[in-house]
Design a binder for this molecule. Structure first.
Ligand SMILES: C[S@@+](CC[C@H](N)C(=O)[O-])C[C@H]1O[C@@H](n2cnc3c(N)ncnc32)[C@H](O)[C@@H]1O
Length: 283
């Protein structure tokens, strides 16, 4: 993990957000402001030439519907009275700033210290001040437990909580994934929820060859993030049930495509091998 690392996922959100209201799938007005102008311009340029789609077909599609799907889940949780939101591996996630409803709640942005340092600088620059409802908690999931850091940062384990874990699990050890899920199951009341995306191991181990995966591997020296963790297709329900969760939904590429890509977007694709799971903490 390096300082000043710019999030490719934020660039994808920025590119989608520039489309008209009728066409775009997700909207994050902060994304473009949070990333370097140079890199944003470069990625947009190559994207317009079709380079991203050739290298990793359906990945831009996945990143776009992922943002939307998690936004929809967040809206549903707000409707049902969520009291606290924890954004794990927050990176340049701007939900704490773009959802007005979250300004009435407490939001914890948890991230690796190096990424968080650069996010805090960007928030200071773009917003001009720190939002009072957000608490920044620096944690390395691979070496520290949430228990250590979140509880001492004011997280209230009696409050109904939503945990958002977007774009992170593939970089963690299985032990880190387990201990994070155990924290959620043990330290939030029944009815709390978690949503996270994950990759199938067949992508990670090269059984299925994909350009963006080999790119991520070769950029490892720059991002400091290795692709480590995956969950096999069709096993998510059992995986989460064993860890104390209920109401499990597993949104695969077909579900995500059929749910979000209609009309002018119907020819867009969602890459196979990426999926989004959501679940509730059982009683
Ligand atoms: C691809 S970015 C996703 C950022 C953001 N959630 C999004 O979707 O735009 C991966 C995030 O995972 C975090 N991350 C990766 N490994 C981590 C670790 N060991 N401990 C804490 N955070 C980690 C990084 O700091 C980064 O913010």
């Amino acid at each position: 993990m390096r300082k000043n690392q710019t999030s490719m996922t934020a660039i994808v959100r920025g590119i989608e957000s520039e489309k008209s209201e009728n066409e775009r799938i997700c909207y994050d007005p902060y994304a473009r402001q949070f990333v370097s102008r140079f890199l944003y311009g470069l990625v947009s340029f190559f994207n317009d030439l079709g380079f991203s789609e050739r290298k990793g077909p359906g990945v831009m599609g996945f990143l776009t519907v992922r943002e939307r799907h998690i936004d929809e889940f967040l809206k549903a949780q707000i409707q049902t009275g969520v009291e606290q939101v924890v954004i794990l591996g927050a990176g340049l996630d701007a939900r704490a700033y773009r959802f007005d409803e979250l300004k009435q709640l407490r939001v914890f942005e948890v991230d690796h210290p190096a990424s968080q340092h650069s996010k805090i600088e960007k928030v200071r620059k773009v917003l001009g001040q720190f939002p009072a409802h957000v608490t920044y908690v620096a944690v390395d999931f691979n070496t520290q437990t949430l228990e250590q850091r979140l509880l001492e940062s004011g997280y209230d384990e009696s409050r109904k909580t939503l945990f958002i874990w977007q774009g992170v699990t593939q970089y963690l050890t299985p032990e880190a994934v387990d201990s994070t899920l155990a924290f959620i199951a043990d330290h939030s009341p029944a009815g709390s929820s978690v949503i996270f995306d994950y990759m199938y191991p067949t992508l990670l181990d090269g059984t299925i060859k994909r350009g963006e995966v080999s790119n991520m591997r070769s950029r490892r020296w720059a991002s400091g993030e290795s692709l480590v963790f995956g969950i096999p297709e069709g096993t998510m329900t059992g995986f989460l049930e064993q860890r104390g969760f209920t109401d499990i939904q597993d949104a695969d590429c077909k579900f995500l495509h059929d749910t979000y890509f209609h009309g002018t977007n119907s020819s867009r694709t969602v890459a196979y091998g990426y999926a989004i799971a959501s679940a509730k903490v059982g009683s």
